[in-house]
Structure formats: C-alpha cells, structure tokens
Design a protein around this ligand. Structure first.
Ligand code: HEM
Length: 456
C-alpha cells in the first residue's frame, strides 16, 4: 500500500479485547477515566504510570486508548520514522469539525506538500515584517499597562494582546472595521475546539463555533481574490494568497481558508498560555526577572526603539526562561495519533487502529530527567545540559514531520514581549499567593493569575 493510500484509509479502532494484554483500566462505563483526567491530569497520569508502567490502557471520551510515556515513546510516535501514526485520525475527533484540513490534520505525503507550500510564510523576509507588527502592538499595550500600574489579571490581558497582534500580523493592518466581528467569530471557533459538547446544538459553544467558522470562511473567500489582485502585502494571509505548490499552482481558495483558520487557532491559545506562565514565573522569581532585565539593558536600545531580529538573537537568557516556562506548563500537554499499522513498543504488540497518546506534561516532569522537576530553573537549557539530554525529553513544540511550524514565531513574540515588558515594568505576586492552574486541555490559571505591576 502506498503512503498516500495508508493516509486516506480510515483505520478502524481495534476490538477492546485486542488491547487487554496492556496493563491499565478503562474506568467507568461510558465516561471511562475522562473525569479523573480532567480533574487532575498530571496527578492522574503519574499515578497510572506508577501503577501500570510507561505503557498503559485507558478510556477517554468513550474510546479505549494507549498512553505511552517518556522520551523514547515521544521519539517513536512524533519522529515516526516508520510512518506508523496518523495525525489526521488522532486529532480529527477533536479538531476535525472546526479546523478540517489544517496542516496538523493532514498526513504523510499530502502533509509534506502542504507544509512545504506554507513554509514560505515563515521565511526570514516575512518574519521580519511580522516582527515589526508584533513590536508596534506590544509597545503600545505595555505603555498602557505602565500608565495604569497596580493589580492586573495576566491571562485575560494576554489573550486580548495575542488576539490584537494576530489581527495585524496574520490579517494585515488594513483589515478595517470588520476586525471586531472577525475576531469574535474566531474566538468562538477556538473556544469550541475544546468544548465538552461536541455537537453544534443551538446555544452551545460548539454551535457558536460552527457559526464562527461560517463567518470566517465567508471573510476569507471574499478577501482572497482582492488580495491576489492587489498583490504584495506583508501579513501572513497575503503571503498564503501568493503561496504555490511545487508545480507552481497557487493554493486553492479552500486550502487557504483551511490553513488560515488552523494557523490562527494553533497560534492563539498556545501563545496566550505560554506568555501567561512566563509572566507568572518572572513574578514568582524576582532574581530571574532582574537577570533578564539586565539582558534587555545590555541590548543598549531606548524604550521607543523598535526591536530587530538582531536584538532578539542577543537574548539567550530570556529564551531559556521561556523554554523553562514551556517545560513546566506545555501548552499542548498531550498529543494524539492513531496507528495505521501494527507495531510493538517495550514488548507490547499494539494493533492498527489504536488511538495512541504521548504526553509532554508527564515527560517534562520526570525526575530522572529533570531533577527537582517543579523548580523553575532556566539553566536547564544551557548548552551543556542540552547536550546530555534525550532530544525528545523536551517536546512542547512536538517533533518530526508535524513539529510546530510557528516555533520561531513563538520565540519571536515571547522575546519581543519580554524586551518591552521588562524595560518598562516590574511584576510581582502578593505575598502568600499561589496561582492555581488548570492543566488540560490547555494550561490556564483558574483565577486569571493576579500580579502587581510597577513602572521601572
Ligand atoms: C508557544 C507557542 C506554541 C506551542 C507550544 C505550539 C505547540 C505545537 C505543537 C505541540 C504542535 C505539534 C502537535 C502534534 O504533533 O500533534 C504544533 C503544530 C503546529 N503549530 Fe504550533 N505551537 C505554538 C505556537 C504556534 C504559532 C505561533 C503558530 C503559527 C504562527 C503555530 C503553528 C503550528 C502549525 C501550523 C502546526 C502544525 C504543523 C504540522 O502539522 O506540520 N504554532 N504546535
């Protein structure tokens, strides 16, 4: 069978009896272990690992699946040298209704071709122009925060900032009066991606999400010919309107709609979550906050100067601190795949069709890899430490063919944010306050994360 036909063939879940030889339990009828996992994902997985070992059987959202833990499992599934695992049929049940044919929902050869076409939008020229947009937006917002010092909830503020930045860097500054409506439609779509009720019934998140997708599809369909006729345009959408396949053909209207919707979703919650946890760690660790502020001072740029790629390259400590925040709270805490062929791992035979999950959240806290795993220590990302670690021990951006395409965009936004934030503000927590985080499906502080801001 060719790779393409493996990808298009829908693997049928095996009979649950075919997985009984794998240790584990399926929990309650119908709901399985879903509620336990939702209540405390990290604690629950750690307990299951202790009881059953690094490969175990569980049941989530009505289907028996196999969780495989640790760097070797991450490497097997994500690097996927033998093309055993479908991302389409792993993510499909979660994202397929709202983000059909997004890059992460394509497999194998078809995925490779689309990834190649999209990668033009992430080359250094376009990245420079996104940086200019991000830089302007961040500078304006940080100035507003500076003008109203005192208490702030980080999560909602960061969500708003990330949305505003996406509107300009993804859609272009000239998007005009439609911006609020498009943003609202998009927010509805993203919220619905993780809604508990999966059918688009009236008055449900999924209902609003599907309506949001209709609005977004209409907007992109109307804009694609306009942007193509006009040519140029530095934003991501305009880049995709000019992007071509290997044979020189432009992407189809439907392809651009699907890729744009997916890209905006992939960037939005992940950046909101990671920038929130980054600020939370800086607030909790004043000594690190000061070290990073010194790094920013060392750039020798005035508060009103724009940030350049060259500036950001001179912020290695800030990058290490951001990586450590991503270790502690990976925005994508688990990743699903579906086996397209039978395979074996650690002596267990696992049949084609099995839903398989790997878990960055667990791997990032394994004490044998990360001593004192709950401690915030950016030095874990020094060159020397990196050399001595399994390359799949830290996987917030995944790995292999589906590794995050926006990884450099994420670093750029994080460092640009760190530069303006630290140059203008200091951040702290009220004494005794310990923010409580929900870790799944996307890490988020339950109370928004209260901090105190002061101008510096
Ligand atoms: C800190 C921020 C981010 C994190 C932690 C993150 C994480 C991830 C992860 C884990 C995957 C792979 C999932 C899998 O293999 O199952 C992924 C894929 C992807 N991400 Fe990100 N992401 C971030 C930001 C972004 C941004 C800013 C963009 C776009 C500008 C983006 C675009 C994508 C795309 C297009 C894919 C699919 C790649 C493919 O399937 O080939 N991400 N991301």
């Amino acid at each position: 069978m060719s790779m393409q036909s493996v990808a298009s063939h829908v693997p049928v879940p095996p009979n649950p009896g075919a997985l009984r030889h794998i240790p584990g339990d399926e929990g309650w009828p119908f709901i399985g272990n879903t509620l336990n996992v939702l209540a405390d994902p990290k604690g629950w997985i750690e307990k299951a690992a202790e009881k059953y070992g690094p490969v175990y059987r569980t049941n989530m959202f009505g289907e028996t699946s196999i969780t495989m833990l640790g760097p070797e499992a991450n490497e097997l599934v994500l690097f996927d040298q033998q093309r055993l695992f479908s991302s389409t049929h792993g993510w499909g049940p979660i994202l397929g209704l709202l983000f059909p044919r997004g890059l992460m929902l394509l497999d194998f050869e078809e995925h490779r071709l689309h990834r190649r076409a999209l990668s033009v939008a992430f080359k250094s020229g376009p990245m420079k122009s996104y940086l200019a947009d991000l830089d302007r937006g961040i500078a304006v917002r940080v100035k507003q925060w500076k003008a109203q010092p005192g208490g702030m909830l980080v999560y909602p503020a960061m969500k708003q900032l990330t949305l505003d930045l996406a509107a300009t860097s993804f859609l272009g500054a000239e998007i005009g009066p439609e911006v609020d409506e498009i943003t609202r439609a998009f927010v509805d779509m993203v919220a619905a991606a993780v809604a508990p009720i999966r059918r688009p019934l009236p008055f449900t998140q999924m209902g609003r999400g599907v309506a949001g997708r209709k609005r977004i599809v209409a907007y992109f369909s109307e804009q694609i010919p306009i942007r193509r006729a006009r040519g140029g345009g530095e934003d991501l959408f305009s880049q995709l309107c000019q992007a071509t396949h290997e044979d020189g053909a432009l992407l189809s209207t439907q392809d651009i709609i699907d890729h744009m919707s997916f890209l905006m979703m992939a960037a939005h919650d992940t950046l909101t979550s990671s920038l929130t946890s980054f600020v939370g760690e800086l607030a909790a660790h004043p000594e690190w906050q000061e070290r990073l502020r010194e790094e920013v001072k060392g750039l020798g740029i005035e508060a009103n100067d724009p940030s350049s790629i060259d500036n950001l390259e001179k912020m290695p400590l800030s990058e290490m601190a951001f990586k450590e925040a991503l270790r502690l709270k990976p925005p994508v805490p688990s990743m699903p795949r579906r086996a397209v062929r039978d395979y074996s791992f650690r002596g267990y035979d696992i049949p084609a069709g099995t839903l398989v999950g790997v878990n960055p959240l667990y791997t990032h806290h394994m004490p044998e890899i990360w001593p004192d795993p709950d401690k915030f220590d950016p030095m874990r990302f020094s060159d020397e430490e990196l050399r001595n670690r399994h390359r799949f021990a830290w996987v917030p951006f995944g790995g292999g063919a589906h590794m995050c395409l926006g990884l450099h965009f994420a670093y750029m936004q994080a460092k640009c944010f760190a530069r303006h934030f630290l140059q203008n503000l200091s951040v702290s927590l009220e004494p005794g306050y310990q923010p409580d985080w929900q870790m799944w499906p996307i890490p988020k502080p339950k109370d928004g994360l209260k901090v105190v801001l002061k101008p510096v």
